[in-house]
Design a protein around this ligand. Structure first.
Ligand SMILES: [Zn+2]
Length: 126
């Protein structure tokens, strides 16, 4: 027969097993993060001894450029300013859209200005 002591024991077992599962998950995550960092370092080491070219414009980096960073980081920086990377078209389009939006907002504000002044006057007349 299950008494109050059995229920208490069952609750404790459930609580303890949840803690154990959380502990194991945390350990696994830490192990995977450590392994990931180790492998990323390995990739950086391997890439440091080779040439890397931009696939869009052919610009070449390495091996062992004077820049104290990884080849992956060098390539990321290049992509941001590469004239042939699709991102540069998007940047140009983004700038044009921003300009058009700001011009539109300014025009809208100038259209609303007289109306706002008028409503203030109306409020002062009361
Ligand atoms: Zn490029």
């Amino acid at each position: 027969m299950a008494g109050p002591e059995d229920c208490k024991m069952e609750r404790n077992i459930t609580r303890d097993s949840s803690k154990a599962i959380a502990f194991v998950k945390e350990q696994s995550t830490r192990n995977l993060e450590a392994e990931n960092a180790k492998l990323r370092g390995w990739v950086n080491d391997l890439q440091s001894g080779m040439y890397i070219n931009c696939v869009y414009c052919g610009h070449r980096y390495g091996p062992k450029d004077e820049v104290p960073t990884t080849m992956a980081d060098i390539l990321k920086k290049h992509i941001e300013q590469c004239p042939k990377h699709p991102m540069s078209d998007l940047k140009t389009e983004n700038a044009k859209l921003r300009e058009a939006m700001e011009a539109g907002l300014e025009k809208l504000a100038s259209m609303l200005r007289p109306w706002k002044r008028g409503s203030r006057k109306r409020e002062n007349d009361k």
